[in-house]
Design a protein around this ligand. Sequence first.
Ligand code: 0X9
Ligand code: ZN
Ligand code: CA
Length: 638
Amino acid sequence: MGDAPPQGGSELDAASVPIERLELPVRRHSLVAGLAAGALLVSLLATAADAQQPSPDPASQPEQGLDYQQYTVVGPQTREQRTEVARTGAAIDEENETGLVVTATKREARAIARLGYQVEPFSPVTTEVLPPGFAGYHDFAEMNAVVNQVVADHPAIAQKRVIGQSFQGRDIVAVRISDNVATEEGEPEVLFTHSQHAREILTVEMAIHLMNLFTDNYGSDAHITQLVNSRVIWILPNLNPDGTEFDKTSTGFRSWRKNRQPNSGSSAVGTDLNRNWAYNWGCCGGSSTSPSSETYRGAGPESAPEVRVVSDFVRSRVIGGQQRITANIDFHTFGQLILWPYGYTFSDTAPGLDATDRQAFATLGQQMAQTNGYTPEQASDLYITDGTIDDWLWGVQRIFSYTFEMFPTSSSPGFYPGDQFITQETTRNTNAVLLLLDYADCIYRIINVSCGGGNPPTTVFSDNFEAANGWTTNASGTDTATTGLWQRGDPAATSSGGTALQLGTTTSGTNDLVTAAAAGASAGEGDVDGGVTSIRSPAITLPTTGTLSLSTQWYLAHLNNATNADFFRVSVVSGTTTTTVFQQLGAASNRAGAWGTANANLTPFAGQTIRILIEAADAAGGSLVEAGVDDLKITQQT
Ligand code: 0X9
Ligand code: ZN
Ligand code: CA
């Protein structure tokens, strides 16, 4: 539980407050209702507050500690009235049509009541609906309704746990998804955190997408079923519910970032949650000491109740001395980035983060980025930050924590893309999330480093393509490509205008699998033309146990005449079912050939006899497409 002040009527005994209602001329204060969306409103509010609220007399400042709470004050509408309320020492948190929300001690609340206003303990109910064009988003109540529905529909695999309360007393919710969801089975756990920053509204939709993804596809999608069975998935859909509700008005948004915790001695409200975590808090100029700053770090580490609640939750997952959570994505907007620690230093390695850790972080970050087109980089490549969640999760808990900055890339539409973007921009991250879950048992596996304890991985199948081992071109007889057919051979290099296309190099020996090894008379000869070309492995019988991983070296090259109908694809054929496990689509830009590593989880195929199918396609006609594969292997980790 967090340190939120008590809510409800117990603290302020109504009888102890003399409420003589002063009949005030009620003039509707339309600042909030009358303005359109965006930062404009925030700056107006901030300016108005700064100009109108005198610094409270130090003698009447709320005592340190938690004996203050929030009250609604019905009546004050003018700046003079707000000033007399502020003079009691109470902090004005919010102005609305009916009056104010203040944070006050009991003494201050009585003083406000003596001014003739109706004072009641604040109960965090919001009546606003989402603005036009944003109805597809979920406000706090709607998000909770989705959570309740998900757990009602899937009680065997989904549970709701309230892990604490926000400053204003709203629930901070965790959704736990796993097979036998009520049982601690010792499975690796992955944590998804959302909406530290109120205005980053797409991140709540990302949480809803994940809840639905894992529950609706359980039992029908082999990969998702295997992950739900072998992992514990924690989704925390909103770390900052007070901010979310404050951000929203029926006509627009306030562009609010921080939580809604008042600051002693200042009229400015809120702590930046993503500067309040307890690792190198405030160390390095990556946060502000000023309560009016958007990156105010708070009075101390974990001074924000929301950060305290989530930190306590993460600490509670240390069971038998071992942190069960191995990986995290903290969702933000915007920028289309995948970031890894540390944020507090420009150095690639630092205390607690050695070259191997860095290599694992970067490799998984890059591979996730390959699935969604985001830019992978260290967090500090953006700018120095301190007290962020990812630095704490890694630096203290050794949880592989990534920050995703979702859609868009620029300030238009910035934090507020219309709801038509929700599906496209949340499903965009599905494969990155699945990849993280695949490696959650041992993130270091992605760089072929073992996590100890277990046995070294054993090789189930491998081919360096130096000898003929039974791969068959066009095995199904349905290929449509007319040239550039897959073959095993010694590849010749081709290029066009400085863009490397077919690579003359291999990653082992002299041979690879390539879309016609010869160069041809020009770059446009011997590339894939006319449709799809495929090559299929011999039959491989997979073991029944352990984690099964496929890894291969690969490249796809194309010129800017390509489209997203062109592709490089790796699939698993089992019986009559073909499942794509890795894919790179083409695009209308030059993509130089460069060897990279593709990884796929084959555990869902345990015990089956499969074949690996590799395809390349020039499916839109006329594009220059080349592809290669080398050093393909399947391993088993028990
Ligand atoms: O400043 C932030 O907290 C993040 N950007 S945002 O626009 N969503 O506010 C970026 C944080 C980057 N640094 C770390 N993740 N450490
Ligand atoms: Zn953010
Ligand atoms: Ca080779």
